[in-house]
Each structure stands twice: as structure tokens, then as C-alpha cells.
Write a protein that binds this ligand. Structure first.
Ligand code: NAD
Ligand code: MG
Length: 384
């Protein structure tokens, strides 16, 4: 049995992971963690016979501890780390959203525990240190992200040095083809209506701004050690081809599959082995056509901002990510217009020049500073 701790088990990825695990004879959940959703977490613990849970919100943890006497409830960000470090497990699935996922990533890798990583923000914020930590302890990182799962599987079959370029695809989101002036008044409700994937709120907004692809370019760079100039983004509205690799001889290999995250989750939890899932295979004759188009980076400037921050390096990606989290939250609260998301990120990056990163503490400090600055700057962007 492979013993698994899931951080972020009540979210979109977390619940789909529990679905995959419940149908497996070789996977077992031994710990569950969430932010503040007490009721769903207790239900999951009961359904999966888990004896130890953690809630990042201390009040929620206190409520859970009152209600649930069958097991142990850990509290706070430290509680999540404790759950990972002290529960004997073989694999941690990190399905938290945002830079809050960095702590659990560091905790798992630091202990030499293999990591199924959905929380791409961990790599965006701290890619160099995270990859160095994995290298030092020998822990494996397997991505849980459709494009990166595709690239991981494609690259696994190649000899070193034969992969020339990587391509990740983007659906283009709900606003593909719109002009900047058409984007001025789009609402949170429209932005949350993703054409091909059903996901948590934050990544759905990131998909509408294309910031998600910017974060994914950084994710690919760190996972596969590929220089930025050799990572391409291609719009593919059907979301059926998830990634391509181009080989030295010019051949291109594509990864095609249904837009169902359980494929990526199963791949990571089963260590790259293909295990049967109740997923309808694609009928390509019925689909008929797969189309591709370039990204409109003028309109969707978040992708440009992310690539620029990636190349600057140091604390810049961490600042970009923190400002994006504040901006997305403000947009969802109707406190910022859609185009204000990119503007707030750009202003925050201008206000906080990049510094070198030597320790994880540099990242936590940069994250806090960028959040504070973005909150201040938000008022100005809103008024503009
Ligand atoms: P979600 O919002 O549905 O779920 C997030 C989970 O994290 C919940 O269990 C929540 O309780 C928990 N959480 C939130 N803040 C927390 C905190 N501060 N401390 C502890 N727990 C906290 O998010 P999601 O859509 O499942 O996405 C999770 C991650 O996976 C994100 O990094 C996202 O980019 C990535 N991802 C998601 C999908 C998808 O299909 N949903 C696809 C690819 C990658
Ligand atoms: Mg993705």
C-alpha cells in the first residue's frame, strides 16, 4: 500500500484525488488537510478512515476538534507541516492553492518524501530552492497539472539531450478572441465560466487572464530544467492536446487526452504507471478537428509579465505571484476590474525591485511585503 497525505483535500484537485484513491487497491489516505472547511474535511476523514487531519484556520481547527473525537486535529500552518512530517507516509499530494502551498512542499521534500505537486505556486515562488531541496534529499516531484503531466510522460521516453523544445497548450479561457476594450467590463461571473475545465476559483481566474500559463511556463522551467526561450505556449481551444515536445530531429510528440484531471492525478499517485480510470476515451472522429493559434500577449498581458518576472528571477516571481493572488481576490470581490489585475501586478513589480533569494525566509518576507504593497496599490488601480 502507498500511504498518502493530501494537503488541500476539500478542493477541486483534492476531491478528485480521493475519487482516484477510493477505486485503488494500492493507494491509501492517511492524512487530510484543508484551509477552513470543517464539515467536508470531517466527512472525508470518516469516509476514508483517516485518523489525523489538519486545518490551517485555527478557529476551524478548534471547531473540528470539538466535533471529532475519533482522531487527532492539528491546527494552523504549523499543523499542516506537522501532519506531513509526523504521519508515516510515502507520498504527499500538495493541492493547496497559492503561496500557502510552499510550506507543505518544503516540509515534504525536506523529509525526503515524494511529492505529487498540484500547487504550481510552490515552484513559481521558490523554484530554485525547491528543486535544490528535492535533489539534496532524493525526493521525487511529479507534477499534477495536465500540461506538465503530459510533458513528464513524453520526456520520460526520451534519451537525455534529445528534447529541443517544450510546448504547453492553453484553452485561451472564456475571453479568447476579445479585445482590450471588450474586456473592460467583464464580470467575475463571466470569468468563472471556463470553457473546458471545472476547477477552483483562483486558477479559473488565472486561466481567464492567462496568468495560469505564465505560472505554468515557470513550473515547466523548474521541473524539466528547460531554459525559458525553449518553452512555448500555444492556444488550443479544445484542451485535448495538453503538451508537445519537439525532438532534435524535428519530430514532435503530442500528449492527447480527455480534459479530466483524474488522468494527471492517477499518473502522479501511481508513479507514472497507467492505471484504469472510469474516464470515457476521446472519439477523435467525432471531434473532427484540433485547432491551434498564437497567444494574444498584447491583450493578455499577464503572460508577458510572468515571462519578464521569470527572466529577472530572484524575488520577482514571488512578488508577481503574491500581487496576482491579491488582484484575483479583489477582482472576485468586485473591488478591481478585470484589466486591473495585470495593472496591479505590474505596479507592484515596479514598486518592489527584485532581490536575490538565498533562503526560504527571503521568499516568505518577499511574499508578505508584496501582499501588503499590492493591497495599498489596489486602491489607486481601482480609482484609475
Ligand atoms: P481549490 O480552491 O478548489 O482548493 C484548494 C484547497 O486548498 C482546499 O482544500 C482549501 O481548503 C485548501 N486551502 C486553501 N487555502 C489554504 C491555506 N492557506 N492553508 C491550507 N489549506 C488551504 O483549488 P484547486 O483548483 O483544487 O487547485 C489547487 C492547486 O492545484 C492550485 O495550485 C492550482 O493551480 C492547481 N491545479 C488545479 C487544477 C484543477 O483542475 N483544479 C488543475 C491544475 C492545477
Ligand atoms: Mg494546467
Amino acid at each position: 500500500m502507498r500511504r498518502i497525505v493530501i494537503a488541500g483535500s476539500t478542493g477541486s484537485i483534492g476531491t478528485q484525488a480521493l475519487d482516484v484513491i477510493s477505486r485503488s487497491d494500492s493507494l491509501e489516505v492517511v492524512g487530510l488537510a484543508a484551509g477552513s472547511s470543517v464539515e467536508p474535511l470531517l466527512e472525508q476523514a470518516a469516509a476514508h478512515g483517516v485518523g489525523r487531519i489538519a486545518l490551517a484556520d485555527p478557529d476551524a481547527a478548534a471547531r473540528a476538534a470539538e466535533r471529532w473525537t475519533a482522531g487527532q486535529v492539528l491546527a494552523g500552518a504549523e499543523g499542516l507541516v506537522e501532519l506531513i512530517v509526523e504521519t508515516e507516509c510515502d507520498l504527499v499530494l500538495n493541492a493547496l492553492v497559492g503561496s500557502a502551498g510552499l510550506g507543505p512542499t518544503v516540509a515534504a521534500l525536506g523529509e525526503g518524501i515524494d511529492l505529487a505537486l498540484a500547487n504550481k505556486e510552490s515552484l513559481v515562488v521558490g523554484g530554485e530552492l525547491v528543486m535544490a531541496l528535492a535533489e539534496a534529499t532524493g525526493a521525487q516531484i511529479v507534477p499534477v497539472d495536465s500540461e506538465h503531466t503530459a510533458l513528464h510522460q513524453l520526456i520520460a521516453g526520451q534519451s537525455p539531450g534529445s528534447v529541443a523544445r517544450l510546448t504547453i497548450t492553453a484553452s485561451g479561457g472564456p475571453f479568447r478572441g476579445l479585445t482590450r476594450s471588450q474586456l473592460e467590463d467583464v464580470t467575475a461571473e463571466q470569468a468563472l465560466a471556463h470553457p473546458t475545465w471545472s476547477m477552483g476559483g483562483k486558477i479559473t481566474i488565472d486561466s481567464a487572464t492567462l496568468m495560469n500559463k505564465g505560472l505554468e511556463v515557470m513550473e515547466a522551467h523548474h521541473l524539466f530544467g528547460t531554459p525559458y526561450e525553449r518553452i512555448d505556449v500555444l492556444v488550443h481551444p479544445q484542451s485535448l492536446v495538453h503538451g508537445f515536445i519537439q525532438l532534435a530531429d524535428g519530430a514532435m510528440l503530442a500528449h492527447v487526452g480527455p480534459p479530466d484531471m483524474r488522468v494527471a492525478i492517477s499518473y502522479a499517485l501511481n508513479r507514472g504507471e497507467s492505471v484504469q480510470q472510469p474516464i470515457e476515451p476521446l472519439d477523435l472522429a467525432e471531434i473532427g478537428a484540433l485547432t491551434f493559434e498564437p497567444v494574444d500577449v498584447e491583450t493578455f498581458s499577464c503572460l508577458r509579465l510572468a515571462r519578464e518576472a521569470a527572466i529577472v528571477g530572484g524575488t520577482a516571481p514571488c512578488t508577481l505571484n503574491a500581487a496576482n493572488e491579491i488582484a484575483v481576490h479583489a477582482f472576485l470581490q468586485n473591488e478591481l476590474p478585470f484589466l486591473g489585475i495585470a495593472e496591479l501586478i505590474e505596479r507592484t513589480l515596479e514598486a518592489l525591485p527584485a532581490r536575490p533569494v538565498r533562503h526560504f525566509s527571503d521568499l516568505y518576507a518577499a511574499d508578505t511585503e508584496a501582499r501588503e504593497r499590492a493591497r495599498e496599490l489596489c486602491k489607486g488601480v481601482r480609482a484609475a
